[in-house]
Design a protein around this ligand. Structure first.
Ligand code: SF4
Length: 302
């Protein structure tokens, strides 16, 4: 299977993330493809030559991965504007993968100009560079792997699925449901603190939930960060840093480490929770919270 990986407006964070893949490693996985070009690992191939060949070939391309958003600008490949190159390659690809929040929703570069877009979205707006009705030759829309960056295993899952001829089910944002059906909140070791409404007092500590003061987006962010751990060992919330919602369309937001409140209630509640239900449960939880959760887990003075 032929695979082409191009960079748009990107910090290359998704490449860095993927190079840390384990079981299989990035090298093991890529060796199962004929990698035509990757900006960081193709030492000898010439991007212009490769793109020209892909565009003029009568054969379809199997997998096209785009990392980074697409905007107007001076960048040209094979004499064509980058945006045109992306559209033409997408038209002849069996599978198109938007890797990372820039390629999916536009992300930070899109904050600079309304002309900068992801492949099928610009933040919450459908369309993007390829248009809302775009379908690759396999019949799928763009396979969106949002995240800043996306976890290496998420891309491995999709590539293995393509290699093995498996079926990919996507959510309304084009993201594989096997990965994005979960919330960051699922599997977070701070869940007991969340339930009893015990707030973290400081970042970086093991105790307390980061939802009430520190802006944690775990209960409204689709990502399995606490199920498929980073480097196999950790996640933001495990390390004492709030989830910043980097797999969602509204990332990055202003003031990401603060929970905004209205009349003492967080302005945004966990997905599916009503204001009335929240007020009722929060009051009871706070009143009956176990004393052991209000202490340090390991008391350094003892
Ligand atoms: S820290 Fe965030 S993810 Fe963890 S339990 Fe609290 S709200 Fe959920």
């Amino acid at each position: 299977m032929k695979l082409l990986w191009l960079h748009g407006l990107s910090c290359s964070g998704n490449t860095q993330s993927f190079l840390c893949a384990e079981n299989p490693t990035a090298g093991e996985l890529l060796s199962r493809f004929e990698v035509l070009y990757h900006p960081a690992v193709s030492w000898e191939a010439d991007e212009t030559e490769v793109v020209r060949k892909v565009l003029t070939s009568s054969e379809p391309l199997d997998v096209f991965i785009l990392e980074g958003s697409v905007g107007p600008g001076a960048r040209k490949i094979a004499g064509k504007e980058f945006k045109t190159v992306v559209k033409e390659i997408a038209r002849k690809s069996k599978f198109v993968i938007a890797l990372g929040n820039c390629a999916v929703f536009g992300n930070i570069p899109a904050k600079r100009s309304p002309e900068v877009k992801g492949l099928q979205f610009r933040f919450s707006e459908e369309g993007g560079v390829l248009g809302k009705n775009y379908r690759s030759l396999s019949g799928l829309p763009v396979i969106n792997l949002s995240g800043c960056p996306a976890h290496p295993s998420w891309l491995s899952f999709v590539l293995l699925c393509i290699l093995e001829g498996g079926k990919l089910k996507l959510d309304e944002k084009g993201r594989p449901v096997e990965i994005y059906a979960y919330l960051t909140h699922h599997g977070c070791p701070r869940n007991e603190y969340f339930e009893w409404k015990i707030e973290a007092e400081e970042l970086g500590k093991k105790e307390g939930c980061l939802f009430y003061h520190f802006g944690c987006r775990g209960p409204m962010t689709h990502s399995p960060c606490n199920r498929i751990l980073w480097n196999g060992v950790s996640s933001k919330t495990r390390a004492g840093m709030p989830c910043v919602g980097c797999t969602e369309f509204d990332f990055p937001r202003e003031d990401m480490f603060r929970t905004k409140h209205a009349m003492g209630i967080p302005e945004e509640l966990p997905l599916g929770v009503s204001k009335r239900g929240y007020i009722l449960l929060a009051g009871v939880a706070k009143t009956f919270a176990p004393e052991r959760l209000k202490k340090r887990l390991i008391d350094e003075n003892q």
